[in-house]
Design a protein around this ligand. Structure first.
Ligand SMILES: C=C1C[C@]23C[C@@]1(O)CC[C@H]2[C@@]12CCC[C@@](C)(C(=O)O1)[C@H]2[C@@H]3C(=O)O
Ligand SMILES: O=C(O)CCC(=O)C(=O)O
Ligand SMILES: [Fe+2]
Length: 349
């Protein structure tokens, strides 16, 4: 079965954009990882001031999935923010805690052991920097581990005799996340009045899913560093578990970078480019980034949910002219991998 990995095959990254820095015991910020207002113009004069986050500023809506009105609240959140926090989501707390612990174990391994699972150039899965690294002038204060389908290939390289526990937990997590993503997708497609025919794939076995474990080490100069640079996700929906450490911010016109404060038992959901395309731009795709902290490490686990790789995305069933040409999921992922921020405009009509 073709997976998202196919879309990255013709997009070979240089090793410097794959191998992360060894962050352990760095007394100061290397120049290669320094971000300043002069070398980036995507910060809108609100460069990462994580320690000064204003807790009183409004943030993305909190939605209870048990609320009878959940579908409409989700629709409104997708239209206004492209993101919301979700409680009573049905994912067992123990499972989330287990995956968080696996991420902590993985990233605390010695560098040489993590490098055994290094992502290959032209591949999507394994250990390394974020795929978006080449599009920015400085490196990010981040390590990632990407999983598409079974994690066993890479897990066996790291833990030759002891990989089973990690694989079992991740596979359980993927299954549960898929179910939750399907619930959200059904609601979104209903709001968009997408035809039965075009909804048939939801609940099937060949959807495109990926899990990303993220690690943001503590940083000697957090105000000059960037955890994850501003980006929109390529997915339909991304479901994120973040540890109890601030860092995630969402960009909102008129407000700037708005922090998403961690809440226990709550997942963060954001809409990605694919839902933006499918909804003919009615639903936003949230621009977000991650800042880092001086003394606290931060971890997150993202689940990216997208239709099958050969599904044709076309803003049908809309009452206004289509703003995007029809593209397959695979084609769009491949455009995004090569052109990043220009991808949406490249398919605009
Ligand atoms: C499904 C995917 C989304 C992602 C690319 C990927 O194939 C696997 C890694 C994902 C990730 C995680 C960190 C941020 C991001 C922008 C990146 O560089 O890699 C996303 C990608 C994405 O949404 O395009
Ligand atoms: O770590 C976070 O809070 C966000 C991670 C993220 O944006 C991603 O994995 O795409
Ligand atoms: Fe993201």
């Amino acid at each position: 079965m073709e997976t998202l990995s196919e879309a990255y095959k013709e997009h070979t990254l240089h090793l410097r954009h794959i191998i992360p820095l060894d962050f352990s015991s760095l007394p100061s910020l290397p120049d290669s990882h320094a971000w300043s207002l002069s070398n980036d113009d995507y910060n809108n004069n609100t460069f990462p001031f994580n320690d000064d986050d204003d807790a009183s500023s409004s943030s993305i809506p909190m939605i209870d999935l048990m609320d009878p009105n959940a579908m409409h609240l989700i629709g409104h959140a997708c239209e206004t923010w492209g993101a919301f926090q979700l409680k009573n989501h049905g994912i067992p707390f123990g499972l989330i805690e287990g995956v968080e612990q696996e991420a902590k174990n993985l990233f605390s391994l010695p560098t040489q052991q993590k490098l055994k699972a290094l992502r290959s150039p032209g591949a999507a899965t394994g250990y390394g920097r974020a795929q978006i690294s080449p599009f920015f002038p400085s490196f990010m204060w981040h390590e990632g581990f990407t999983i598409i389908g079974s994690p066993s290939h890479h897990a066996k390289k790291i833990w030759p005799t002891d990989f089973q526990h990690f694989c079992d937990l991740i596979e359980k997590y993927e299954k549960q996340m898929k179910i939750l993503a399907e619930r959200l997708t059904k609601m979104a497609l209903e709001l968009l009045e997408i035809s039965e025919e075009k909804r048939k794939w939801v609940g099937g076995n060949n959807i495109s899913g990926a899990v990303q474990l993220n690690f943001y080490p503590s940083c000697p100069e957090p105000k000059r560093a960037m955890g994850l640079a501003p980006h929109t996700d390529t997915s339909l929906f991304t479901i994120l578990h973040q540890t109890q450490t601030t860092g995630l911010q969402i960009f909102k016109e008129g407000k700037g970078w708005v922090p998403v404060h961690p809440n226990p038992n709550t997942l963060v959901v954001n809409t990605g480019d694919l839902l933006h395309i499918m909804s003919n731009a009615r639903f936003r795709c949230a621009l977000h980034r991650v800042t880092v902290n001086r003394s606290r490490k931060r971890y997150s686990v993202a689940y990216f949910y997208s239709p099958p790789i050969d599904y044709v995305l076309s803003p049908l069933n809309v009452h206004s002219a289509a703003r995007f040409r029809a593209v397959t999921v695979k084609e769009y992922f491949s455009i995004k991998a090569k052109k990043f921020g220009e991808a949406l405009s490249l398919i605009s009509t």
